[in-house]
Design a protein around this ligand. Structure first.
Ligand SMILES: [Zn+2]
Ligand SMILES: [Zn+2]
Length: 266
């Protein structure tokens, strides 16, 4: 099946949104099931959030239905994304994914670190709503004020998508779109789940295993929720370029403080 086979009443953007919803809520329910049954308890590194699944769900759905869906449809109607070739080659597939990862990091970092966390805007734009959660109930990934959701979820997804579409990637390739939204949903849900699948690998003597542990750890965003002033990039699945360049990565901030304190003591 290609995008050309879709019936007129089902624009590609709507189909991609539906796939995104199935992925988000399917994976979210899986993490919720783990929380309730104690499955994979060895990997649960933080106590579960006091916000319950039922309390979090309505705001998440409102954001996804009233902001994400119209934004995606609008972008398609404007001819900016979800349009173009039905199949992109492997090279464009890879270029597109790299572009999405880097672009997502840039847009999300500017929104999150420079705008939403500004002391004067924290409450005005409502980023404090998301920070009332502790990144230990996966579905809370999209528990946000409308402005926050627009700037941290919708824009970092759609702006890079528009850019890569302009250079001939993404197009209306179903495989590309389905993969991008499913991977994105998993990343957000995992880093808000309170599970860290790297804990056993991190203890290994094998340097390769420890390197891999660093790649799959969910610690960065947990540190953001507990400390507030570190790791503004989406930790898992993100290139984390901005956090590294601006030295806001959680493991870079600590030594900086220690150095300063050591300097004061001297
Ligand atoms: Zn934040
Ligand atoms: Zn968060």
């Amino acid at each position: 099946m290609t995008a050309q086979d879709l019936p007129a009443w089902l624009p590609l953007s709507v189909l991609v949104w539906i796939v995104q919803m199935v992925a988000y809520h399917g994976i979210g329910l899986w993490f919720e099931w783990l929380d309730r049954t104690g499955g994979l308890a060895d990997y649960k590194t933080r106590p579960v959030d006091s916000w319950t699944y039922r309390q979090v769900l309505p705001r998440v759905l409102l954001n996804q239905v009233l902001i994400l869906l119209p934004a995606m449809v609008l972008v398609e109607k404007a001819g900016l994304a979800f349009v173009g070739p039905a199949h992109i080659g492997p090279a464009m597939f890879v270029i597109g994914l790299i572009g999405m990862t880097i672009g997502h990091d840039l847009v999300q970092y500017v929104s999150h670190a420079w705008i939403l966390h500004r002391p004067t805007l924290m409450r005005t734009l409502g980023h404090s709503v998301h920070h009332s959660t502790t990144a230990s109930r996966s579905i809370s990934a999209c528990f946000m004020s409308p402005a926050d959701f627009l700037m941290e979820i919708a824009a970092p997804y759609l702006l890079p998508l528009i850019a890569i579409t302009a250079i001939g990637s993404a197009g209306s390739d179903l495989a590309f779109h389905f993969f991008a939204v499913t991977a994105g949903a998993f990343g957000g849900l995992y880093e808000h789940s309170g599970y860290d699948f790297s804990v056993k690998l991190a203890k290994s003597d094998n340097p390769l295993a420890r390197f891999l542990a660093g790649r799959i750890s969910s610690k960065a965003h947990a540190e953001h929720h507990s400390r507030g002033n570190v790791s503004f990039s989406d930790g898992f699945g993100s290139s984390n370029i901005c956090d590294t360049v601006f030295k806001t990565r959680w493991d870079l901030v600590k030594p900086r403080e220690r150095q300063r304190r050591a300097g004061q003591e001297a």
